[in-house]
Design a protein around this ligand. Structure first.
Ligand SMILES: [Zn+2]
Length: 247
């Protein structure tokens, strides 16, 4: 069965349309797994950060408890020295005890200062902790949505893709080997996967270079396979695209 050039062009355009649909499906699905894994990394990062802040908060709270205990110890010592002061035997003993009391009072002041500083630390860190937690909840929500989207798209487009692949396989059997090889080579080399393109506003819709009027006429005649002078893609006229869509 010898095909006319017009039939060949229609078959090529049909194959291109099927492949473009498959490309689009793969493109949509292709970005989602990456988005999901990016979000998973972000959630894990936030969880680690929150855990670190929590540990620091616990440590600061422990430090406050320690300082409070040190104050109690100092106060106990002061009480003891006060009692001893009541029956000192000489000036030397008196001076030694008052010196000890002075030291313990200084110790208490240092501890109180540290407790205040730790208090400020806890206030600002708690704020950061709460913000990080709120952020984590948001990101977790985003992640759940993306995961569901991916599941839906995978199950929906899987069937669609299989159907299109079967159609494309069948369509390619309608094209002679020489043309099919040229088509496959063009498609592989083109960034957008387009091997067959239309005339769009007097230009090649693959590379956007102008097509001379005579060449446009030749393309519309459908008497021979014409490729773009600039990008080498196979050119078809706009009407073929509509005729194919009606089939
Ligand atoms: Zn071109």
């Amino acid at each position: 069965m010898e095909q006319t050039v017009e039939q060949k062009l229609k078959a090529l355009y049909e194959l291109q349309s099927l492949h473009t649909k498959i490309d689009k499906i793969r493109q949509i699905r292709g970005e989602l797994p990456m988005e999901v894994s990016d979000l998973e990394d972000e959630v894990a990062g936030l969880e680690t950060r929150i855990q670190k802040i929590k540990t620091e908060l616990d440590e600061t709270e422990d430090a406050i408890v320690n300082r409070k205990n040190m104050i109690k110890e100092a106060q106990t010592l002061i009480k003891k020295y006060d009692t001893q002061l009541k029956d000192v035997k000489n000036n030397r003993e008196y001076d030694a005890l008052t010196k000890e009391i002075e030291i313990q009072n200084l110790e208490i002041q240092v501890c109180e200062k540290k407790i205040r500083e730790h208090g400020f630390e806890i206030t600002s860190k708690t704020e950061i902790y709460e913000q990080a937690n709120a952020n984590l909840e948001l990101r977790k929500g985003d992640l759940e949505l993306k995961k569901k989207e991916l599941e839906t798209i995978t199950s929906e487009t899987g069937k669609e893709e299989d159907g299109l692949l079967k159609k494309a396989e069948k369509a390619s059997t309608q094209i002679e080997d020489r043309l099919l090889n040229a088509y496959t080579r063009l498609r592989k080399n083109a960034v957008n996967g387009l091997a067959v393109v239309t005339i769009d506003r007097d230009s090649c819709s693959g590379c956007f270079n102008q097509i001379p009027p005579q060449r446009q006429l030749d393309i519309r005649q459908r008497k021979k396979v014409i490729v773009c002078e600039h990008c080498g893609r196979i050119l078809v006229d706009e009407l073929i695209t509509q005729e194919n869509a009606e089939n």
